[in-house]
Ligand binder design. Structure first.
Ligand code: NAD
Length: 436
């Protein structure tokens, strides 16, 4: 069993550390956020991720998983140091590497034995070489033997444990094939295909994968908008397309577009990398433009159907960027709410997990306790995030609670005909209006 240190204890780091511990390894997770580590040491989860608390508790009790803020403690005897810190966008759209730099510096200062540094953060191509340079520069000829391996992470929030434990593939990249093989051994128990390639190619695979998935969603949203003007139903179009084995059904759900902590910053960072090297990433630009436009279209739809937004009360269901997470980073719901408030609307919302985070971002947002309170006195209801609990609501009751009758189903989860029969003016994304 290996001794593993995981640096950065967020969505990726905490899941990675916990899953490796569950596979029998000895894991210590480090974060510079002392409050987060204190919570973890008290058995309190700093993030919402289904199944994670139970797995953390089990592995802490078994003595395989611990948490610290102290680098010497975390790196003591570690054979592997996984980097899992954030790489958000900076103002120019490139990945902000300050956290990765801090980690590289901290490893450099505390390195006194051979180690394999494994980078799980999504980082610009060339970062692995840069991390190695930082460590060599600090330690000079006394640098203990070390290697950098890129191991991009593909887990999704909301199903992170399953995704980690049953990955479609594990990608590893290094200039040192022996180091990559040692990391591969950590994953062997998962019986997933393991691809070993060079460092830069591994880093690029992550960006290309996220850009492709974002492009599929923007593609189907563009089709949805065309369907709206032609009277076709994008849900059926996607179904018909998805049956083609060359296309497949995944990531073809029209809606309010993608958000979250990964797609927006990763597509931006890839476009930035391309542009700074003289390339013209036209497709990536279009993918981002369509996504932004999708949020504005939702506001326009509400504005038109309510004949103006000033003084209108809008109920919003769902705030997190997707269901089963409390993550609100670049959530379409929050962008749309901001635009609605700018136009004079009063917005009241409910989300099963993301209420406090949203309120901190948009102080003017009114929080309600459940979907029915959200409907109360509302002129329109917007479904922004398709949590399961929103799928079968009592719309008869909602009709009596609302002041108006407009429904914008931003994720196409409800039956428009049924709602029309109850007296609602139903709008979906790329679906014909029921009265037509
Ligand atoms: P996160 O913001 O949830 O967690 C990052 C953690 O790193 C924070 O707790 C922060 O306090 C800590 N940190 C920052 N600087 C540190 C330092 N110097 N030393 C120790 N800890 C430090 O981020 P995340 O969502 O887990 O993402 C991490 C990386 O993984 C990003 O590059 C992201 O693009 C990538 N990724 C994320 C997901 C996802 O679904 N969230 C999926 C795949 C890949």
């Amino acid at each position: 069993m290996a001794k593993i240190s995981v640096i950065g204890t967020g969505y990726v780091g905490l899941v990675t550390g916990t899953c490796f511990a569950d596979m029998g390894h000895q894991v210590i997770c480090l974060d510079i956020d002392a409050h987060r580590i204190k919570q973890l040491n008290q058995g309190i989860m700093p993030i919402y991720e289904p199944g994670l608390k139970q797995l953390v508790d089990q592995n802490v009790s078994a003595g395989r998983l611990a948490f610290t803020t102290n680098y010497p403690t975390a790196l003591k005897d570690a054979e592997f140091a996984f980097i899992a810190v954030g790489t958000p966008s900076n103002n120019e759209g490139e990945a902000d590497m300050q956290y990765v730099k801090m980690v590289a510096d901290s490893i450099a200062h505390n390195l006194n034995h051979p180690i394999i540094i494994v980078n799980k953060s999504t980082v610009p191509v060339g970062t692995g070489d840069w991390v190695a340079e930082i460590i060599l520069e600090h330690n000079g000829k006394d640098t203990p033997k070390f290697c950098v391996v890129s191991n991009p992470e593909f887990l999704r929030e909301g199903s992170a444990i399953n995704d980690f434990m049953m990955p479609d593939r594990v990608v590893l990249g290094s200039t040192n094939q022996d180091a990559a093989k040692k990391v591969a051994e950590l994953y062997e128990a998962l019986r997933a295909p393991i691809m070993i390639t060079d460092l830069r190619t591994a880093e690029m695979i992550k960006y290309a994968s996220n850009a492709f998935l974002a492009a599929r969603i923007s593609f189907i949203n563009e089709m949805a908008n065309i369907c709206e003007s032609l009277g076709a139903d994008v849900r059926e179009v996607a179904r018909g397309m998805g049956m083609d084995k060359r296309i497949g059904p995944a990531f073809l759900d029209a809606g309010l577009g993608w958000g979250g902590s990964c797609f927006p910053k990763d597509v931006k960072a890839l476009a930035h990398m391309a542009a700074t090297r003289g390339a013209h990433p036209q497709l990536l630009q279009a993918v981002m433009d369509i996504n932004q436009n999708q949020r504005q279209r939702a506001v326009v739809k509400l504005e038109q159907s309510l004949v103006g937004l000033d003084g209108r009360r809008i109920g919003v269901l769902g705030l997190s960027f997707k269901p089963n997470t409390d993550d609100t980073r670049d959530a379409p719901a929050l962008d749309i709410i901001r635009l609605l408030i700018e136009k004079g609307a009063v917005v009241q919302a409910f989300d099963p997990q993301a209420m406090q985070a949203s309120k901190a971002i948009i102080p003017g947002l009114i929080l309600r306790d459940n979907p029915y309170d959200v409907a109360e006195d509302a002129d329109a209801l917007l479904l922004a995030t398709e949590w399961n609990e929103f799928k079968s609501l009592d719309f008869k009751k909602i009709r009596t609670l609302m002041r108006g009758n407009v429904i914008l189903d931003g994720r196409n989860i409800w039956d428009g005909q049924d709602l029309y029969k109850l007296g609602f003016k139903y709008m979906g994304i790329g679906v014909p209006s029921p009265e037509e």
